[in-house]
Design a binder for this molecule. Structure first.
Ligand SMILES: C[S@@+](CC[C@H](N)C(=O)[O-])C[C@H]1O[C@@H](n2cnc3c(N)ncnc32)[C@H](O)[C@@H]1O
Length: 236
C-alpha cells in the first residue's frame, strides 16, 4: 500500500466516524462564527445555473449543497453527487429520500479517478478539493468535461497569508482530519487549485473569504466548446 493509499484509507475511516453527526458539527466548520450558509450560497450563485441544468457536486459529502442546487436547477435539472466515503453518501441518500428528489444520483468514487460525464453545465466542490492530492488533475479533467460557458467553482479553506505558523496550525487543527496539518500547510493545495483553474478556464476569479481562511475560486469553460470526454476510462 502506498502512502497516498494509506492517507485515503485514513480519510475514509475519519469521515465514516463523522458522517452521522456531520450536518450538525459542520455548522461550526471551520470555526464558530464562520458564515457557512452564506458562503455556500455564494458558491452556488457563482455556478450560473439555469433551470434544467446538470451539475456535479464533487466530494458532496452528506449533500448539504443539494437543496441550494435544487432551487436553481429545478426538478427538470440533474444533480450528480460524487464522494469517496460510503457513510457520507449514505447520509446523502437519506436526504434524497426524505426530500423525494428523483433527479439526484450518487456515485461512490475517488475524485482523482472520476470519469466526468461530457457536457455538464457546472461543477461545484465545497470544503473538499484541498483534501485531494490530485486536485490540479481533477480541476483539469472537470474543465474538459464542461459544456461551453459552464462554470467550475471551488469553495474551500486555506491558510491566510502572513499568518504566524502557530496560528495557522491552530486554525486548521479542527478541520484537517485526513492528514497531518503540517503536510497540508506545507503542501498549500489551494495554490495548486488556483494555478490549475487559471490554466484550464477562462474568466478566472479568486476571492478570499473570512480573513483569508477560505477562498472561492471560479472559472468558465470558453464558449464554443462542447465538452469533450477527458479520457475514456477512469479507476473509480
Ligand atoms: C469536509 S467534507 C465536505 C462535504 C461537502 N462537500 C460539504 O460541503 O459539506 C469532505 C468530503 O470530501 C470527501 N472526499 C475527500 N477526498 C475525496 C476524494 N479524493 N474523492 C472524493 N471525495 C473525497 C470526503 O469523503 C468528505 O465527504
Amino acid at each position: 500500500m502506498t502512502q497516498v493509499d494509506r492517507t485515503r484509507e485514513h480519510l475514509i475511516e475519519t469521515y465514516r466516524k463523522k458522517a452521522k453527526h456531520y450536518d450538525v458539527t459542520s455548522r461550526l466548520y471551520p470555526a464558530p462564527g464562520y458564515p457557512q450558509r452564506t458562503q455556500r450560497l455564494r458558491a452556488v450563485r457563482a455556478l450560473g445555473l439555469r433551470v434544467g441544468d446538470t451539475v456535479i457536486d464533487m466530494a458532496c459529502g452528506t449533500g448539504l449543497n443539494f437543496p441550494l442546487l435544487q432551487k436553481v436547477v429545478g426538478p427538470g435539472g440533474r444533480i450528480v453527487g460524487v464522494d469517496l466515503t460510503d457513510a457520507m453518501l449514505a447520509r446523502a441518500q437519506d436526504r434524497i429520500e426524505t426530500n423525494g428528489w428523483s433527479n439526484v444520483s450518487l456515485v461512490q468514487a475517488d475524485a482523482a479517478g472520476f470519469d466526468f460525464p461530457a457536457g455538464v453545465n457546472a461543477i461545484l466542490s465545497t470544503y473538499a478539493m484541498t483534501q485531494v492530492p490530485e486536485c490540479a488533475e481533477v480541476i483539469a479533467h472537470g474543465a474538459k468535461a464542461l459544456s461551453g460557458g459552464g462554470h467550475w467553482v471551488v469553495l474551500d479553506l486555506k491558510v491566510p497569508g502572513n499568518t504566524p505558523g502557530w496560528i495557522a496550525q491552530l486554525g486548521t487543527a479542527i478541520v484537517r482530519p485526513f492528514a497531518s496539518i503540517d503536510e497540508w500547510t506545507m503542501r498549500r493545495p489551494w495554490e495548486a487549485i488556483r494555478v490549475a483553474m487559471q490554466e484550464e478556464l477562462a474568466d478566472f476569479s479568486w476571492t478570499e473569504l473570512f480573513f483569508g481562511t477560505a477562498f472561492l475560486a471560479a472559472g468558465t469553460r470558453g464558449p464554443g466548446t462542447s465538452g469533450v470526454r477527458p479520457r475514456e476510462s477512469g479507476h473509480q
